[in-house]
Each structure stands twice: as C-alpha cells, then as structure tokens.
Design a protein around this ligand. Structure first.
Ligand code: MN
Length: 330
C-alpha cells in the first residue's frame, strides 16, 4: 500500500474564456486532462475522461489502467457520435495511480497527448512522459531544437488524443514508489509559460504539495496565462519497504498498440536505457495512417522552411492569431 499527500490547482488563465482542463484527485488515482474542440467540446471531453477514470475504483494492474483509458476514449467517441456538434472533440490524459494489487507495490502511469508527468530529482525535473505532439516529432527527427519547439506556433498540435478514433495508443508503464518522491502532473498551460528550471525551483522551495500547485499556477498566469493551467502535485508518503530501484524508477513498460488485444502484453519490451524516455518512440507498422501522418509532417516541415526563408527575406515576424494557439489534433 502506498499513501500520498496531494495538492491540486487549475485556472482558466488570462486569455481563454473557458477552462477546458479537468483534473481528478482520488485516494490513489490522479489525472490531468486537457480538452479540445468547439462548442464546449473540450470541456466535455476532458470531463467525460475524468469521470470514467474516477468511477472505476482502485486500479488492479497496468492492463486495467490501460483498459480504463480505452473506455474513456470510447465514452468520448460515443458522445461525439450522439451529438454532432461535439464531433472532433478530444482530450489528452496523463494519469498516475497506485496499482493496489501489485506486490511489491507499484505505481502505474498512462499517457496520451501532450500533458506531462514529471518527477522532481535533486538536480532537476525528470520528464517521464513523451509528448505526443507535432513539435516533439519534429524534434525527434532533428528538424527542430527543443528551444525552437518551445515557442513554435504549432506546438499545440497533438498527434494522439482520446475521442478521435475507436482505438487509441496508450503509453503505459510501472514505477517503483519511493518515499520522498514528488510527482507532478500538468497540462501544457504550465510548461508553455515557465521552463523546467523554474518549475523545479518552485517544487524544491515548497514543502506542501498544495502550496506548490498554487504557486506553479500563479507563476504560469504571471508569465502570460495564455492557456488553461492545471497542476497536480503528488508526494509519496508511505510505500512498501524499500527495494533496489533504478534512478528512473521504471520497472515495466506496457505499450498498448492500436488494435492490440488488451491483456495480451505480447513479447517483453526491453527496459529503456538510462537517460532514455520510458515512453520511447517505437516506430509502428507502416499503415496508411502513418503514411498520411508522415506526409503531413513533411508538408509542414517544407511549409515551415518556406515560411522561415520568406520571413528572413521580408523581416516580418509571425504573430499568433486569436485561435492560433488552440489545441488541435493531426
Ligand atoms: Mn492546454
């Protein structure tokens, strides 16, 4: 049994009229969801996801965790089919949960989209999740630097979300809970405004998780507040007696691939090497979707190169339009 101390805060920010983020803080289940879509669809999608994950009780296994995220996906897809004005709504999800039946005890993580899970270390933040976003794909392929991605006008385009298709790829894995560890779940409204060093500084300087969540949201507002901001800070207070654990805490990876039978974890996925992101990119089989995605990415890259050279020649800079920073999905 693992026990936690938790703080949470969410804020509409200074620009948006609605808060499309939702969060869940239950005894042993923590979620941040960042919705997207017109006609309040974003709020509804993130709310449906959080409700589904709240109502299911304790998590029994990593497969159970993935199944719940898939069920949340189905709920959103069904709702969008019933009400056409919600077509295209979706949400990111990042989830941390105690896997109560695991012995020794484990934490489960699930991620879809560009919300993040961090863990505070002595020297900085360890980002456990990989962003499923266009800019992350461009960084991975060497077309953008991290610094360019952080300010890129299309940084809100995600490549995965709940609610878009009948099947969703869920990154999921297990972590060893270690007393004293501090985890942070957040929407992009936090790290879009303040950098990892500042987030780390606040988390180190603040002992109460609620004070830490409040202060992070306050700073993101102060820095611009251009998006909804949601932060959940989770401290591990009690855990099973210490066992040997790797620095990254990762002990098992479950990648639920599209169309895969749930519960069949297939051949063992090798442990990530140190310094490698646990949700490390695994090239999926080439399908028409992947082909289409690749074509879209290429078109965007070429478009960017053309735009950048045009800007360079003209001396103009690109300003974000009113809706230019809205989250959307490829
Ligand atoms: Mn957002």
């Amino acid at each position: 049994m693992t026990t936690f101390a938790v703080g949470a805060a969410t804020d509409v920010g200074k620009v948006r009229s609605h808060n499309e983020d939702n969060l869940l803080v239950a005894d042993t289940v923590f979620v941040v969801a960042d919705g997207m879509g017109g006609h309040n669809g974003g709020e509804i999608a993130s709310q449906i996801a959080v409700e589904r994950l709240a109502n299911a009780g304790a998590v029994g296994s990593i497969d159970d965790l993935v199944r719940r995220v898939q069920e949340a996906n189905t709920d959103i897809v069904d709702r969008a089919r019933e009400q056409p004005e919600f077509r295209g709504m979706g949400t990111t999800i990042v989830m941390l949960a105690d896997i109560e039946q695991a012995a020794p005890n484990r934490l489960g993580v699930a991620n879809v989209g560009d919300s993040r899970l961090y863990r505070v270390t002595a020297t900085g933040l360890h980002q456990h999740t990989e962003d499923h976003s266009l800019v992350e794909a461009l960084v991975r392929d060497g077309h953008l630097t991290r610094a360019e991605a952080a300010v890129h006008p299309q940084r809100n385009i995600v490549t995965r979300a709940l609610g878009i298709d009948d099947k969703v790829l869920v990154d999921a894995w297990e972590l060893i809970p270690v007393v004293g560890d501090r985890y942070v779940l957040c929407s992009d409204g936090l790290f879009g405004e303040i950098d990892d060093d500042e987030i780390h500084e606040v988390l180190q300087a603040t002992s109460s998780p609620q004070d830490a969540a409040d202060e992070l949201v306050r700073r993101a507002r102060e820095a611009g507040g251009r998006d909804n901001i949601t932060v959940v800070v989770v401290d591990v207070v009690e855990a099973d007696p210490d066992e040997e654990h790797p620095d990254d805490r990762v002990v098992g990876i479950h990648k639920a691939l599209s169309g895969k039978v749930l519960g069949d974890t297939g051949p063992a996925t090798p442990e990530p090497r140190r310094g490698e992101m646990p949700g490390g990119f695994v090239p999926p089989a080439m399908t028409w979707r992947v082909g289409l995605f690749t074509a879209v990415v290429l078109a965007v890259v070429i478009g960017m190169l053309v735009a950048v050279s045009a800007i360079g020649r003209s001396g103009y800079t690109v300003a974000e339009g009113d809706n230019g920073d809205r989250k959307s999905v490829v």
